[in-house]
Write a protein that binds this ligand. Structure first.
Ligand code: CDP
Length: 230
């Protein structure tokens, strides 16, 4: 399904926006909150990653002209498979879930995310998802630039080393060595710096520091807050 069609008669009746820095657990938390509430989920970071992957596959070394990235977004489509909670992306019709989080895409995505017309493309798709029903969204600027009227806004944060440990565990499927942890902390900190201009905390967002929380605890906290505003 393509999200290119205009979102006519948009009723953004129920959006929960979860923002935060790299590897703060936004996406996994957002997906689980959506599952608990029985609503859908869309991850804006995945759209920036898909645009990056589609452009990278077209060849040529970065930095890429914005027009060429925008052209590559034509290869990106969206699916909500039966029984699934989260909108997934396809590039040229194929599932690309593993590649989206590769070191190459993670290293290039902040460059692509700084392009204003790519940001508009992502924001338009996110609004299109929201026009289809209650939605949990996650990213960097969901509660500010995209859904300033979201019913509930959360800003998730955690100490950089804790974020790096969680991301390494996810990617390596084992505990990282001291060197691997240091390298991942460095990569995340560098990406946070590049993303600083588009990472905005809404003044009315509830900040949750997850440094000492388990994922179950943070999901339960947000789901409880969400039920309170429904
Ligand atoms: O999972 P992680 O937090 O590492 O990143 P992500 O949510 O998958 O986002 C990947 C990249 O997309 C970020 O590093 C930002 O450059 C960009 N992004 C953004 O600029 N605005 C958003 N709303 C979401 C992501």
């Amino acid at each position: 399904m393509s999200a290119a069609e205009p979102a006519r008669g948009v009723v953004r009746d129920f959006v929960i926006a979860i923002d935060g820095p790299a590897a703060s657990g936004k996406s996994s938390t957002a997906r689980r909150v959506a599952e608990r509430l029985g609503i859908h989920h869309a991850d804006s970071g995945v759209l920036y990653r898909a645009a990056t992957l589609a452009r990278q596959r077209a060849g040529g070394a970065p930095p890429w002209p914005e027009d060429s990235v925008l052209g590559a977004t034509r290869e990106v489509t969206f699916v909500l498979s039966p029984g699934e909670t989260s909108w997934a992306v396809r590039v040229k019709g194929s599932s690309v879930d593993d590649e989206l989080h590769s070191p190459v895409v993670s290293g290039l995505v902040s460059h692509v995310a700084q392009m204003p017309r790519v940001r508009s493309w992502v924001n338009e798709q996110m609004r299109w998802f929201a026009a289809r029903g209650p939605l949990v969204v996650d990213g960097r600027d969901m509660g500010t630039a995209v859904f300033p009227d979201a019913r509930l806004k959360i800003f998730l944060d955690a100490h950089p080393t804790v974020r790096a440990r969680r991301r390494s565990l996810q990617q390596l499927d084992r505990l990282p060595s001291v060197e691997e942890l240091a390298a991942e902390t460095e990569r995340l900190t560098r990406r946070d710096e590049k993303d600083a201009t588009q990472t905005r905390r809404a003044p009315d967002a509830i900040v949750i520091d997850t440094t000492h929380l388990t994922q179950d605890e943070q999901v339960a906290q947000i789901a409880a807050l969400a039920k309170g505003v429904r």
